[in-house]
Design a binder for this molecule. Structure first.
Ligand SMILES: [Ca+2]
Ligand SMILES: [Ca+2]
Length: 146
């Protein structure tokens, strides 16, 4: 059973990689590798177990909405969560993000989101510092080159 699951996961991974590549321009040079770091504020009640989706808005492309999740308990108070690598069409200059929380977890206080374009060694900082409610919310935040 476990072996079958692993094989399915592998297949899904290969498939999603192929699908991502399929959305990129014909030239592989147009594909960039991104990492996303989310810092949750270090104050009481700031953490959540809700599902979090990120959309990145660049001047040459959009990425997402992408579910941010890994094997760890993410988005806990005072914790840094880094996700990726995400291979995406070159987003160019990143001017903002949509950060979406569903209603499956408690309120959440993200402090900031950092996006790293590993292909070009470019850092983008998105200041947040805004409470999300118990319920679902989708909010836009400005980003700047860092
Ligand atoms: Ca959590
Ligand atoms: Ca997780």
């Amino acid at each position: 059973m476990r072996k079958i699951s692993a094989a399915l996961l592998m297949f899904a991974s290969v498939l999603s990689t192929a699908l991502l590549a399929g959305t990129a321009p014909a030239s592989a040079a147009g594909v960039k590798t991104y990492y996303v770091t989310v810092y949750t504020a270090n104050v009481s009640g700031a953490g959540t177990d809700a599902n979090i989706d990120l959309t990145i808005l660049g001047d040459t492309g959009t990425f997402g909405p992408k579910r941010l999740d890994d094997k760890f308990d993410n988005f806990e108070a005072g914790r840094t969560d880094t996700f990726g690598p995400f291979n995406a069409q070159d987003l160019g200059h990143i001017g903002g993000i949509w950060l979406r929380k569903d209603g499956s977890g408690s309120a959440w206080l993200p402090a900031f989101v950092d996006i790293y374009n590993a292909s070009d060694n470019e850092h983008t900082h998105c200041e947040v510092n805004g409470w999300y409610p118990n319920g679902p919310a989708n909010r836009y935040w400005d980003c700047v080159n860092a």
